[in-house]
Design a binder for this molecule. Sequence first.
Ligand code: CS2
Length: 512
Amino acid sequence: MHTPPRLRLTTLDTAQLAQPGSGAAVVGPAVDPRAARVGQVHLGVGAFHRSHQAVFTEDAAAAAGEDRWGILGVTQRSPRVVSQLRPQDGLYSVLTKGRTDSSLRVIGSMRQVAFLQDESAAVLDAIASPDVTVVSSTVSEKGYRRAPGGGPDLDDVDLACDLASVSAELDGPSSAADVPARTPIGALVRGLARRMVADAGPLTFVCCDNMPDNGQVVAELVHGALDHVGGPSAEKLRAWVQESVTFPSTMVDRITPATTPAHREQAEAMLGLVDEGLVVAEPFSQWVVEDTFAAARPRWEFAGVTFTSDVAPWERAKLRMLNGAHSAIAYLGALRGFRMIDEAVSDDEIAGAVRQMMTEEIIPTLVAPEGLDLAAYGEEILERFANPATGYTTWQVAGDGSQKLPIRILGTVSDRLAAGVVPTVAARAMAAWIVFVARGRDALGTELPLDDPLAERLREVASGGPESSLADRMLALTEVFPADVSGHDGFRTAVRTEVTELLALTPTATPS
Ligand code: CS2
């Protein structure tokens, strides 16, 4: 069979695609990729960044007629994205899948890609370049290497190694400064040191991960990390960062499932080119950003981004309503044997429970952001989840529960307990996670993956005693449950009851 050529600048020229906004189902970039210079460095160039911020940045640059907002996308976990995008001159497409229609758009804003471990110097130099005034990140909750109480985890060997190299950056060019950076925060701090030495001016760091007060979280990590830098110029660096670097908080939202071979086939048929960097997303896309920039930024407001002086109500509503519901559906659905989120949400019992959690347990803990009707927001979220074309798996959302659940569900639980009410549906969702971890298989007997940075510890605790005390053993995990939640008798009882019920739903493992 004839394989079409790969997407790259030359084949893009030949394809002669329509312009975005033309209404065509397949469109080309909104900017001329050849003209765009790098003005933004992004740490964590996974599917989400490519379906979300990179598109907003491209639209903003196009609307403002600016060619200075190309992106250098950095990957730190594996070189895969580099091997997908470099042979394509940074080009990739976003396949948008609504309930009935699909459309495809080639994005031209990703101008360079780098694998941190191998190309550390280029990344640090970019952070130190006067052309770059924005560094952003999507490295997932666990990528920040945060200590349980906040601040940098200095027991993390990679982060400690990065911080040990900061003073070498301050001493100017030396062999120590050639040690590859290993972590996002480490690369940022080293890059900032290089930037101060180069006198390249102020910079804004835009965190785009699903964490409350995400800007503040990174600010604390960076300032905390700097407290551990020694040497004669360390104090100067601390003062410079304080003065020259801001960390606005953001709320980001676009469902971006893992790309499957079927998506690739569909995209190839639409584009007539092979795209190894393809990402898939739902039509909805939202970005709310705190307006505290230290230097120039893309005119994202031209691309539909909301700027506000207070992102917190937006962030909290999104994390608790959308992500909280997503996680609840993922665990309850996976245990029942549903592989897809849309299938799980079409189950009346699951949808009913999640709707009840939103209206009775989550909404009372929220202050509605201006112009947002929370009840309608909840329904819109359930509709987005029910879009079968999006194709998100329960297993994917179920990953990293130990990192996600404290943020997504336990905040609601704390607030409801403080108000004197035991949130029983949230207790069921937490119980579903506990049984997901402990049983490791669904109602049909299929094995469930435990993809979590604490997997080993979770397994150890889950299997460390009889089922009758499973709920209590898991509730005692201080890495996950805050004391006000685990110490609450009413909540413990609710979780115990739900765990017993859910255990009865799933068969025990057959000894191998
Ligand atoms: C999801 C999110 O994978 C997950 O855990 O809940 O990534 C979700 O799809 C996005 O936050 C939507 O904006």
